[in-house]
Design a binder for this molecule. Structure first.
Ligand code: OAD
Length: 226
């Protein structure tokens, strides 16, 4: 399971911590259904800025290590809280995006979704052919996660033998509860993070260090024992 920290070394800002987005921006003004109702232009300007920033970033060695792991594991699931699409760009396919994707838009009238990679957007806020307002297909505060994605994530957590928890503050539910499900189901929990988190006390191993360095070396060790 991954969080914003895995993309930090690619240049994508994390949410919490020193230079985190939530230090500079108020989540309730930018990442809630109400914020979008009140000021869709402001919300889209923020997402347009983030899309532009992410478009300049490349997947790093940690994304690539996970993409390679997928090709070796019989039953491998990548659960990510990230919306940046860097896992796909590194080659991952067996993925569950808990919080959606910044590269997908959804029509607020029809509910249809599709990929949109236009950077910067030619029109803010963007609209659908039907005239409806488009929104980013991400999960905002106060919204439910896609039940199908969530069900698949819980099922993967229940059956896993090894859970790697990489670059997440491990505080935002329900992603945070996936680690305890895995632990109670008997999984071996390994955390990779630059600092300790609430999960560290329960993890079987805590690897303190940057993901782009630690994950490839962890994978090299694992691969040799397969
Ligand atoms: P956070 O910003 O909360 O946490 C990032 C984590 O990555 C922290 O624990 C850092 O210590 C760690 N970290 C930073 N750089 C790292 C590096 N190079 N290598 C390894 N770890 C590093 O991000 P998330 O846990 O992903 O939700 O946040 C979860 C959710 O909260 C996000 O998906 C977003 C946010 O509000 C929504 O927008 C719904």
């Amino acid at each position: 399971m991954t969080g914003a920290g895995i993309s930090a070394e690619s240049g994508v800002p994390t949410f919490r911590g020193e230079n985190g987005l939530w230090r500079r921006y108020r989540a309730e003004e930018l990442a809630t259904p109400r914020a979008f109702r009140d000021n869709p232009t402001l919300v889209w300007e923020w997402y347009d800025w983030r899309r532009g920033l992410i478009a300049e970033c490349e997947p790093n060695a940690a994304h690539r290590a996970l993409a390679e792991m997928e090709t070796h594991g019989e039953d491998f699931t990548l659960i990510t809280q990230n919306v940046d699409g860097l896992h796909q760009r590194a080659g991952s396919t067996r993925m569950l995006e808990l919080h959606g994707s910044i590269w997908r838009v959804r029509c607020t009238q029809e509910g249809t979704t599709w990929d949109n990679y236009e950077v910067p957007l030619s029109r803010v806020p963007p609209t659908c052919d039907c005239g409806g307002l488009l929104r980013p297909d991400v999960v905002w505060f106060g919204e439910s996660l896609d039940p199908n994605v969530l069900r698949a994530a819980y099922a993967a957590a229940e059956r896993c033998d090894l859970m790697l928890v990489v670059g997440t503050s491990a505080v935002v539910p329900p992603a945070a509860s996936l680690t305890s499900i895995a632990r109670h189901a008997g999984a071996y929990l390994v955390e990779v993070n630059v600092q300790e988190t609430p999960l560290s006390a329960y993890a079987d191993e805590v690897i303190l260090g940057p993901a782009a360095k630690e994950l490839p070396s962890l994978w090299a060790r694992l691969k040799n024992s397969l």
